[in-house]
Write a protein of this length. Structure first.
Length: 424
């Protein structure tokens, strides 16, 4: 097993300090800070409340101490689940922050989530993906839809890192149009029997339970008749998995997940039978915010790495950052990231304030995933051949960042969603 460089974790959480308080007003007005802005220390702080800044900075400290480049590169090369980092997040209390207080959570909101996802993605994108899979997609489907007893059983354990969750919506032939899913949950003996095959399920090998979206009634194409169930995976008869090779995020593996006559008690229904679509939408809104924030974080990292590289690489007796063509590419990368961050924080704050924001959230995910692709392309380009080599983080981050254009909704799907919301 690859162990983190520092071995010990000495990061102070300040957990009480960054707990949300009713009294804390939400403010959103970006103020430009003077001086150079080629690293986040010089970026605007969006007038984030003190507790949010504390949360962001404590995660940033954790990432700085634990996510050394050599370590992150090695777990990627070995395709090894980021166990020590994930345990570190659990020990410091970060895994449960989105959950309600009565279930060992802190009750943080979507803007807090964006800050966490951004920082994690900047240091170790695979860790952010592991976090989102278990906490956002899995955990929040339980937090938003589970019965009280189920939440008590599952959420504290997820917050402690003892239980891991995942999410299964996509199928081999059906994904962009989820109303057509063919996985069926048939009522039987007071519970359900689930049959179907789910595709691209991240972290299924690690997960104790999986949020499975299945049809319980209605016709193919109906959004009505969809039910969400929390299906135990480990040791459950009828569950099998086929690993899938993929382009990036190697530490978190992907699977085709088969469910054959899997018995699920009725107590594990999340939300309302036949009306699960609104729960799916609610969870996906949070995941889209996390996705946009992850694109911001990984892109910021690519800007920082490109900027540092072009300041020291010499050709024709000149550091290449002095060549206008190179400098302009790095500036383009930075301007992309700044705009991505605005869109993400705005959508996250709208969500946190309870405003209707499906369009803004989808736009943020769409724009950020596309922009991070451009940032990565420029980043690899300005580093020349070294940008293509695995001994530099740019190569991995470019590969990994492509994930956001597909996972939990492809860019073209999001175009369709936004067009619909615009009445087109
Ligand atoms: C890295 C990764 C991780 C994932 N993790 C998970 C997971 O953990 N759980 C899970 O359930 N799913 C997961 N997914 C699945 C993901 O949500 C789907 O890949 C995504 O929804 C797109 O579905 P598809 O790949 O079947 O593409 P398709 O639906 O076959 O679409 C193919 C292309 O056609 C476009 N297209 C489709 N319909 C239209 C239309 N009407 N108009 C215009 N364009 C259209 C799509 O946007 C896409 O570009 C993951 C996917 C990836 C790549």
């Amino acid at each position: 097993m690859v162990t983190s460089q520092t071995g010990t974790r000495s990061v102070s959480t300040g957990i009480v300090a960054w707990c949300p308080s009713e009294a804390a007003p939400h403010r959103y007005s970006a103020i430009s800070s003077p001086g150079p802005s080629d690293c986040r220390e010089d970026s605007v702080d969006f007038c984030l409340e003190q507790r949010r800044l504390l949360l962001r900075d404590s995660i940033r400290d954790f990432v700085k101490k634990e996510c050394a480049s050599t370590f992150v590169r090695e777990i990627d090369r070995q395709a090894e689940w980021p166990a020590t980092l994930y345990e570190g997040l659990a020990e410091l209390g970060y895994l449960g922050i989105l959950f309600p207080e009565e279930y060992s959570g802190v009750g943080c909101d979507a803007l807090d989530l964006a800050l966490v996802a951004e920082e994690l993605s900047c240091g170790c994108y695979a860790l952010a993906v592991a976090y989102r899979q278990s906490i956002v997609l899995g955990g929040m489907s339980v937090a938003l839809g589970g019965a009280d007893d189920l939440k008590r059983e599952v959420l504290p354990s997820v917050a402690e890192g003892k239980t891991t969750l995942t999410w299964a919506l996509t199928e081999r032939d059906i994904s962009s149009d989820a109303g057509y899913i063919t996985t069926v949950a048939r009522p039987e003996g007071g519970g359900y029997v689930v049959n179907g095959t789910k595709m691209f399920i991240y972290g299924a090998d690690r997960a104790d339970h999986c949020t499975v979206i299945a049809r319980t009634s209605g016709e193919p194409g109906d959004r009505q008749g969809i039910t969400v169930l929390l299906v135990p995976l480990k040791g459950t008869p009828g569950i099998s998995m086929r690993p899938l090779r993929k382009m990036g995020t190697w530490p978190v593996k992907a699977f085709e997940l088969q469910l054959r006559d899997v018995a699920v008690p009725a107590t594990r229904v999340l939300g309302t039978v036949d009306e699960g679509w609104s729960l799916v939408r609610g969870v996906l809104d949070l995941e889209y915010i996390a996705s946009a924030a992850s694109s911001v974080g990984i892109s910021q990292r690519m800007v920082d790495d490109a900027s540092a590289y072009v300041k020291q690489r010499v050709q024709f007796d000149t550091v290449i950052g002095k060549f206008q063509a190179v400098a302009h590419m790095v500036v383009d990368m930075l301007s992309d990231v700044e705009l991505m961050r605005y869109m993400t924080y705005r959508a996250a704050l709208m969500h946190a304030q309870g405003l209707p924001c499906t369009k803004e959230v989808a736009l943020a995910k769409l724009y950020c995933s596309r922009s991070s692709e451009r940032v990565g392309k420029n980043g690899v380009q300005v580093m020349g051949g070294y940008g293509y080599m695995a001994e530099f983080d740019m190569e991995r981050n470019y590969r990994d960042s492509r994930r956001e254009a597909f996972a939990s909704g492809s860019s073209l799907e999001l175009h369709g969603l936004v067009a619909k919301l615009m009445g087109l």
